[in-house]
Design a protein around this ligand. Structure first.
Ligand code: GAL
Length: 661
């Protein structure tokens, strides 16, 4: 079964609304709701005084209607009495300003008081609801770090120092890692180490890196504390928390987090201003599947229509919500949930869309909710299957952090931007992509891409070297492999660790000024970045043909063992990444099938193949799949057309299970 539902906040509504809610949930085919995300203040209105009556009623009602509950631990937003009694739990920003209560997530991840009070609530909830028939899953916190990822208070500073002591053998090792001979930053005792607070000019970038690692770990330990309690008190019930793999959010190292959750879940919202939002969505879904180890995951939140937090929150167009949902399922989601079930009357999110809008059931959004519920029910047999890919993109949260630092060659070089551009190139060729962490074993892939993989260690380069030597094709982009895992330049000619693999050395970076472009010798253009490349065995595929580097290499290819290592020393513009991706796919023997607006992704399981077809185009297109459409029950031929903006899920069965001898 594919779960269908959303965040449910019955506490915002009078009791008689609850009855209408469950009736309408049944009508819409809702099978799962997340309850209690922000209900700490109501569940524990005074210290150690718990009021579970309303939640008992809600869970009983949901159980009677066979709606499963993803029960939140409520710890995302501490109650007013707690921050009133203990203002020291409020987070402090980089400028030293303590943030106030009155919004949400106003807590310091290192605060012992917060952690103790959170544990107490979790203990109560777990004990009370462990055996409840509605309970299907625990939802610890909510979007950890969305607003409070980095706290600079004294408690965090002390915790950071504890983390440093646990990470480094001695203060000298910290000095070494942080290059503290520079600008007289030498430390003689761990006690002198600080979070990277507001300083007269640039912070120490290695200190910033460690602080981001620490901050991700501090929140992770909050999650682990809740998870361990839940496992102990309610054995067998999976624990999740919703990640934020979307729009370049990079505050947590989700590769580390993904190892700790029982099931990966993600929240995704599209950028209303982005005409290619569906490609960003596809990337986010593929990255989430990568985090899930290629196992199914849950789309915990997305929106039926407009959100409330972008500058201009446009409504979704007819069919857009269905296409968004089907895209996520195509790329491995076994659950389609929304924020939220019923639109709030008050509060900061009253203009956020919901499954049931303010206007009620006589509305376009409600009708599309019902339609989606029916479709999701028809996709039950898809659950558990997963896409397959022969292309791996390396994704690294730490490189993303490093490229957000100050004092770099160009402020325009952003990990998420280049990942998105490279991904979009492949998307246009109908190529499904797996995301892998740095240092991953690349065996079995035909093409591996390292987009702005700024930091690399020798151990992370070794599997790449082996992969290419034994026949793999790799593409490395500019500004990769420049620093080590302490953010120190790896000496020996950029990019030293990749120099022999790529057959070149980069002598000097020459980023482009804002709005400037440069031409390549095939007539294409590039922006953002150029650099002086000296080949050392690599063939030149393209040269710069304008600007100070005219005549110098821009794209190269090096044959190594039985494979090839390509390098691109600029940021391709227009359809440049698409053309390069096509060339790379040809070099690695992969099928390149231009999508022309129609996205096709196949999930496999045993003998079954489910091809998801999503027509993003405004005219009918060939469906390009044969079998039975699970959504309509109709037989489908390759040459049939799929209507403008429509979706289909075409099931076909192989004679033998894939992978059988
Ligand atoms: C998410 C959050 C939800 C809601 C939603 C609005 O980040 O988890 O509680 O605020 O955004 O889009």
């Amino acid at each position: 079964m594919i779960a269908f539902g959303g965040d449910y906040y019955p506490e915002q509504w009078p009791r008689d609304t609850w009855l209408e809610d469950v009736r309408l949930m049944a009508e819409a085919g809702v099978t799962m709701v997340t309850v209690g995300v922000f209900s700490w203040g109501l569940l524990e209105p005074a210290p150690d005084t718990f009021e579970f009556g309303w939640l008992d009623e809600v869970l009983d009602l949901l159980a009677q209607h066979e709606i499963a509950v993803d029960l939140a631990t409520g710890t995302a937003s501490p109650p007013a009495w707690l921050t009133y009694q203990h203002p020291e739990i409020l987070p402090v920003d980089r400028d030293g300003r303590r943030l106030w209560a009155g919004s949400r997530q106003a807590w310091c991840p290192s605060s012992p008081v917060y952690r103790e009070r959170a544990a107490l609530l979790v203990r109560q909830l777990a004990t009370r609801y462990a055996g409840h028939p509605a309970l299907a899953m625990w939802h610890a916190g909510n979007e950890y770090g969305c607003h409070n990822a980095h706290c600079y208070c004294d408690t965090s500073a002390a915790d950071f120092r504890r983390w440093l002591r646990a990470t480094y053998d001695s203060i000298d090792a910290v000095n070494e890692a942080w290059s503290t001979r520079f600008w007289s930053q030498h430390l003689t005792d761990f006690e002198q180490a600080l979070p990277p607070r507001l300083t007269p000019t640039f912070n120490n970038p290695s200190q910033v890196l460690d602080f981001k690692r620490f901050s991700s770990d501090a929140l992770l330990s909050c999650f682990i504390a809740e998870r361990d309690l839940l496992h102990a008190l309610a054995p067998g019930v999976p624990v999740t928390t919703n990640f934020l793999v979307m729009l370049g959010f990079d505050k947590l190292d989700y590769w580390k987090w993904a190892r700790e959750v029982d099931i990966v879940s993600n929240d995704h919202y599209i950028d209303a201003a982005d005409p290619d939002a569906h490609i960003e969505l596809a990337k986010s879904a593929d990255l989430t599947r990568g985090l899930a180890g290629n196992k199914p995951w849950i789309l915990m939140e997305h929106s039926t229509g407009a959100v409330n937090w972008q500058p201009r929150n446009r409504a979704k167009r007819p069919g857009e919500m269905l296409r968004n949902s089907v895209q996520h399922v195509a790329r491995g989601a076994d659950g389609v949930l929304f924020f939220q079930w019923r639109a709030s009357r008050g509060g900061a999110e009253k203009f956020h869309s919901a499954m049931l809008p303010h206007g009620g059931t006589n509305s376009r959004i409600w009708r599309s909710t019902i339609e989606l519920g029916r479709h999701v029910a028809r996709l039950a047999s898809v659950a558990g299957s997963t896409p397959r890919s022969q292309v791996a993109i390396m994704f690294d949260f730490e490189s993303s952090w490093l490229l957000a630092n100050e004092a770099l060659p160009s402020t325009d070089v952003k990990h998420s931007r280049i990942v998105q551009d490279v991904y979009a190139g492949l998307w246009h060729g109908g190529v499904t992509v797996d995301f892998v962490p740095p240092g991953a074993d690349l065996t079995g892939y035909a093409l591996a891409i390292l987009p702005c993989q700024h930091a690399l260690s020798p151990a992370e380069v070794a599997p790449l070297q082996e992969y290419v030597e034994s026949g793999g094709v790799a593409l490395v982009t500019y500004f990769s492999g420049i620093v080590d895992r302490s953010d120190q330049v790896v000496l020996g000619g950029y990019p030293a660790l990749l120099r022999s693999l790529l057959g070149l050395v980069v002598e000097e970076f020459d980023p482009l000024l804002e709005g400037a472009g440069v031409e390549l010798d095939d007539g294409s253009t590039a922006d953002t970045w150029s650099e002086r490349i000296l080949t050392e065995g690599a063939d030149v595929v393209r040269r710069f043909s304008s600007g100070p580097l005219a005549g110098e290499p821009a794209i190269t290819r090096n044959r190594v063992g039985s494979g090839e290592a390509w390098y691109v020393g600029t940021h391709l513009a227009g359809e440049g990444w698409r053309h390069l991706a096509a060339a790379m796919c040809t070099a690695s023997g992969l099928h390149w099938a231009p999508v022309e607006g129609v996205e096709r992704v196949t999930r496999y399981q045993g003998r079954d193949a489910f091809t998801f077809v999503i027509n993003h185009h405004d005219s009918p297109r060939p469906i390009g799949a044969a079998g039975h459409d699970l959504l309509t029950g109709a037989a489908v031929d390759m040459d049939d057309v799929i209507a403008a903006g429509a979706v289909a899920v075409v099931h076909s069965a192989f004679a033998r299970a894939q992978g059988d001898d």
